[in-house]
Write a protein that binds this ligand. Structure first.
Ligand SMILES: Cc1ncc(COP(=O)(O)O)c(C=O)c1O
Length: 413
């Protein structure tokens, strides 16, 4: 009997894309039960920006377990939570002049989004939400309702209080006009209370928004009393270079959702950063049993203290991002016949080959060459690269060579 086929729900997905039985992992390498090594250019859908089993963070986790420290802690005070809060304040918030409090929420990105929407509605009294085509915010009912790119959207029930604006790469007067009109409309009888944006879209195809458009969002939303929620679940925690992908853009969000790589070690953890003046929650109003993953607080604080006390990681990510995009441009020039498009920001990069089957073929060919990549974007036409940020340059160039071979192979059919 194959227990996966016999016992696991048909909804399983990534195992169909990469049909190996994995047994260990380190850095950017996954190893299957037969000892075959794979280069991981997907990094747990962005949850493993600091690599599999990052040795510094593993040591912290081992010590935590050995010493019998708390694992589950609800939202009680713990030594580890204190250290995490202090590191966030000292290394991340203060240097960026963000006067925000930290709300621990249940462990997924979708929970962070739910909490953000609920708070925005509580503050503004308005339920409707503006989002973006290609946006993805998770699979809970409300998060899925505001995810224009959600798989299976057509077949699921959705809340109707949502309107999606187009993605904006280079802002025009028409974009600003549409934004202004949309923010003033009512959706299903509801006024707009919040705008949610991934400043660089992940599932939408590695698409950074024009910083000038982000600034306009801030200005227009402030004028109308609409809250700006930055969903940094995938693009945050260094994925695009800086800690937040909106840095340098004047977006200045009211609420920032973080999850995926925030624990550093790939443990379930999510938080919202909330502008201090908007922290109007009543005690216990937003709850959840798994808000206090104390092991994740410990590894997160260690991740921040290891990688965010200087700009080395940020510079490295920007440099590696350039290497990736150069290489993708070469693939586009060689095999794309003018139709492939390279996108990205830092180490959130994509090659849009404009064809679902071709993108799928490339990902499958890559797996045959022991390289893990996934597709995303409208129609799943983009091959997405999310390497660990700490990948060494030899592995990076080896993986890009394998991808280039996969593109060559798939394009020759
Ligand atoms: C931008 C963004 N927001 C939210 C989510 C949902 O996170 P989770 O799958 O942990 O619920 C994702 C997941 O891919 C995401 O990319």
């Amino acid at each position: 009997m194959n227990p996966f086929e016999e016992l696991e729900s048909n909804v399983r997905y990534y195992c169909r894309r990469w049909p190996a039985v994995f047994s260990s992992a380190h850095g950017a390498t996954l190893v299957d039960e037969n000892g075959v090594e794979y280069l991981d250019f997907f990094a747990g859908a962005g949850a493993l920006s600091y690599g599999h089993n990052n040795p510094v963070l593993v040591e912290v986790a081992i010590q935590h377990l050995r010493e019998g420290r708390l694992l589950h802690s609800l939202d009680t005070f713990t030594v580890e939570k204190r250290a995490f809060l202090e590191s966030m304040q000292r290394r991340i918030l203060e240097p960026r002049q963000l006067d925000m409090v930290i709300q621990t929420v249940g462990p997924t990105g979708a929970t962070a989004v739910e909490a953000a929407l609920q708070l925005a509605q509580r503050i503004t009294g308005h339920r409707a939400v503006v989002g973006f085509e290609g946006g993805y915010h998770g699979m809970t009912y409300r998060a899925a309702s505001i995810s224009a790119s959600m798989a299976g959207r057509e077949t699921s029930a959705h809340l109707k209080d949502f309107v999606a604006l187009p993605y904006v790469a280079n802002v025009t007067e028409a974009d600003l006009e549409l934004l202004a009109q949309t923010l003033r409309t009512s959706v299903n009888g509801q006024k707009i209370g919040a705008l949610i944006i991934e400043p660089t879209q992940g599932e939408g195809g590695a698409r950074p928004f024009d910083p000038a458009y982000l600034r306009a969002i801030r200005e227009q939303c402030s004028e109308l009393g609409i809250l700006v929620i930055a969903d940094e679940v995938q693009a945050g925690v260094g994925r695009t270079g800086p800690f937040f992908s909106f840095e340098g853009s004047s977006l200045d969000p009211d609420i920032i959702c973080l999850s995926k790589s925030i624990s550093g070690l790939g443990l379930p953890m999510a938080i919202n950063l909330v502008r201090r003046s908007l922290d109007t929650w009543a005690p216990g109003e937003f709850s959840g049993t798994f808000r206090g993953n104390n092991l994740a607080f410990a590894t997160s604080a260690a991740m921040i203290e290891t990688y965010w006390t200087d700009s080395e990681l940020e510079k490295g990510t920007e440099q590696r991002g350039l290497i990736v995009r150069d290489s993708l441009h070469q693939m586009a020039d060689t095999y794309g016949e003018g139709s492939f498009v390279v996108r990205g920001n830092g180490l959130l990069c994509g090659l849009d080959v404009g064809n679902t089957e071709l993108a799928d073929d490339i990902a499958r060919n890559a797996f045959d060459q022991h390289l893990i990549v996934e597709t995303c974007g409208a129609g799943d036409t983009t091959v997405k690269l999310l390497t660990p940020l700490i990948i060494d340059e030899d592995q990076l160039s080896e993986g890009l060579d394998r991808l280039s071979d996969a593109v060559a192979h798939a394009s020759s059919r």
